[in-house]
Design a protein around this ligand. Structure first.
Ligand code: SF4
Ligand code: SF4
Length: 180
């Protein structure tokens, strides 16, 4: 061992960190385990779309009208794309990194959401919380009362019923001309 190395060791005092006997101090902006705030999440699935290794997945069951959101930490690469893509800051990376387990279920978190059902009975491919979020955003916009009501009415319908309602209003508008 050269004198240079010995002198460096004396200068640094400690060559080995006390972890795991003491908690590790992680750097600022450390990208650890992403954690979901179920109360804040609207179940939109933007995080699942953004997740490169598909550690987050969503599955819609139109029969039961539910959306299942699942994160499997065994696939997570701690990239932070989920946090960046979330429109309501419901998923955030924490400082936690000790995730090893012998059981797969310890690495999986499931959240269930209700899918939106329109007034005419269609189950839509978005959640009740997404619908409510859109209404809240619309309500805080500068649209006039009439425009707002029209948009809210349209939003309340499923895509299929929106098309039907548009066709009905076109037929209604054309009626006077058709009678002549
Ligand atoms: S941190 Fe990256 S890999 Fe992990 S769940 Fe989020 S988007 Fe997916
Ligand atoms: S992007 Fe955010 S709000 Fe949407 S499902 Fe993921 S965590 Fe929930």
């Amino acid at each position: 061992m050269s004198l240079k190395v010995v002198l460096k060791g004396v200068k640094w005092k400690k060559a080995v960190l006390p972890y795991p006997f003491q908690p590790a101090v992680v750097p600022e902006d450390f990208r650890g385990k992403p954690e979901l705030s179920y109360e804040t999440c609207i179940g939109c699935g933007a995080c699942a779309q953004a997740c490169p290794p598909e550690a987050i997945k969503i599955h819609d069951d139109m029969d039961t009208g539910t959306r299942k959101w699942v994160i499997f930490y065994g696939r997570c690469i701690f990239c932070g794309r989920c946090e960046e893509s979330c429109p309501v800051s419901a998923i955030k990376q924490t400082e936690e990194f000790e995730l090893s387990s012998t059981k797969r279920e310890d690495l999986e978190i499931v959240a269930m959401f209700k899918l939106y059902k329109d007034p005419l009975g269609d189950v839509c491919d978005y959640t009740v919380r997404e619908y409510q979020h859109a209404i809240t955003l619309l309500s805080s916009s500068s649209l006039g009362e009439e425009g707002l009501k029209d948009l809210k009415d349209r939003l309340s319908l499923s895509p299929r019923h929106k098309v039907k309602s548009t066709i009905d209003s076109i037929v209604e508008a054309l009626k006077p001309g058709l009678k002549r």
